[in-house]
Design a protein around this ligand. Structure first.
Ligand SMILES: C[S@@+](CC[C@H](N)C(=O)[O-])C[C@H]1O[C@@H](n2cnc3c(N)ncnc32)[C@H](O)[C@@H]1O
Length: 355
């Protein structure tokens, strides 16, 4: 068993370098020493520190919501890289028992693949292994019931049937791998619905009803076929859907949606809206200019939009272009705060909410 204090970060497969660049930059800024290890297309990044105290302290120093590319994370205790095929349980239980000296209490088990878009046969192994593991944890009373609402998670993350990271996620709202379980209504006009739903779940959490109130007004730039507008209409907002393309007729039947066939970059709403949502596929700087324009004219109070990231060094672009822009919006008091995340339902884009 290798004890390896550090952080384990889940990201989209293919975004390991961006996730690593981000955590390294933040650790450097906070004056923590450590280094990243990445495997291409693995869907995760590890950041190793000198000792557990440092890992814990770094974990506490970082506000997870400020990490753009990491979807979920946990504190690593150990890495077992040569589990014996005949008895994997023994070394895993030994490691978990040792871990309780550093990280406790443990209220719930999460056992999963490191790469959430990973292999079916590894998933089958994990499903079958989780039964004896849960029994062993029960027998030794390692998992205790939470006294509070927030739970502390024992995390097992397999990279293969022979290799596992064991760790701890304190007081988390745990979505394994950072993947929320969301349902798409059968009536939704497009799967893009899920992107906006995840953005609301992530960014407004238990305050959702404050942000989505009946009779609020919204403009949806690049609305067709209409998944995003549909979500707002389901919440009884009045939506102006701007797109030169055809809109799903169900939106218009609702009586809450008006379709405007217009170039979104030249559209003037004529009055302030509560919301601007924008899912246009275009150059990120162009979309930023568009959002800027709306904020300068005070045409919206809240906005959710995404920025496509076609470039090689995505974190560099975020650090050099997007963050300074967001800072300037705050300085000019055009927004009070922002949140951003590379959502599970995002592909090659990141989503922001500004207010
Ligand atoms: C990814 S789709 C939007 C999907 C939508 N959010 C949904 O939930 O169904 C992008 C849309 O932006 C529209 N679009 C792109 N450039 C535009 C422009 N300059 N003006 C208006 N619409 C534009 C496209 O016609 C396309 O329908």
């Amino acid at each position: 068993m290798k004890q390896c204090p550090g952080l384990f970060l889940f990201c989209r497969s293919g975004y390991e370098k961006d996730c690593a660049a981000e955590i390294q930059a933040i650790a450097n800024r906070l004056a923590y020493t450590g280094y990243c290890k990445t495997t291409p297309e693995s869907g995760y990044v590890t950041f190793f520190t000198t000792d557990f105290q440092t890992a814990k302290s770094l974990y506490s120093a970082i506000d997870f919501s400020q990490l753009l590319f990491a979807r979920q994370w946990f504190l690593i205790f150990s890495y077992l890289d040569d589990l014996p095929e005949k008895d994997r349980l023994k070394p895993i239980m030994e490691s978990i028992e040792q871990m309780t000296n550093f990280y406790s209490p443990l209220n719930q088990l999460v056992i999963q693949q490191a790469n959430m878009e990973g292999k079916d046969n590894l998933q089958r192994f994990i499903t079958s292994f989780s039964h004896p593991l849960r029994n062993a944890l029960d027998q030794q009373n390692i998992i205790t019931e939470s006294q509070q609402h927030q739970e502390n998670f024992l995390q097992l993350c397999f990279t293969s049937a022979k290799q596992v990271y064991i760790g701890y996620l304190p007081k988390g709202n745990h979505w394994p791998g950072g993947i929320p379980r969301l349902k798409i209504p059968e009536t939704a006009p497009s799967r893009s619905y899920l992107k906006l739903e995840e953005a609301f779940v992530r960014f407004t959490s238990n305050n959702r009803s404050h942000y989505l109130q009946p009779q609020m007004t919204a403009t949806d730039l690049g609305a067709a076929p209409g998944g995003w507008s549909w979500l707002l209409i389901q919440n009884h907002l009045k939506v102006t859907a701007v797109d030169n393309g055809p809109l799903n007729p169900k939106l218009l039947e609702s009586g809450l949606c008006k379709h405007v066939m217009h170039d979104a970059f030249r559209y003037d709403p004529g009055y302030p809206n509560d919301w601007l949502i924008c899912d246009i596929v275009d150059k990120p700087m162009r979309v930023m200019d568009l959002i800027n324009h709306w904020l300068e004219h005070r045409w919206c109070q809240y906005t959710i939009f995404n920025l496509k990231l076609p470039m090689q060094q995505r974190y560099k672009f975020i650090e050099q272009e997007v963050y300074p822009w967001l800072e300037s919006l705050q300085q000019d008091q055009l927004i009070s705060r922002w949140k951003g995340k590379h959502l599970y339902h995002d592909r090659h884009e990141v989503t922001f909410m500004l207010e």
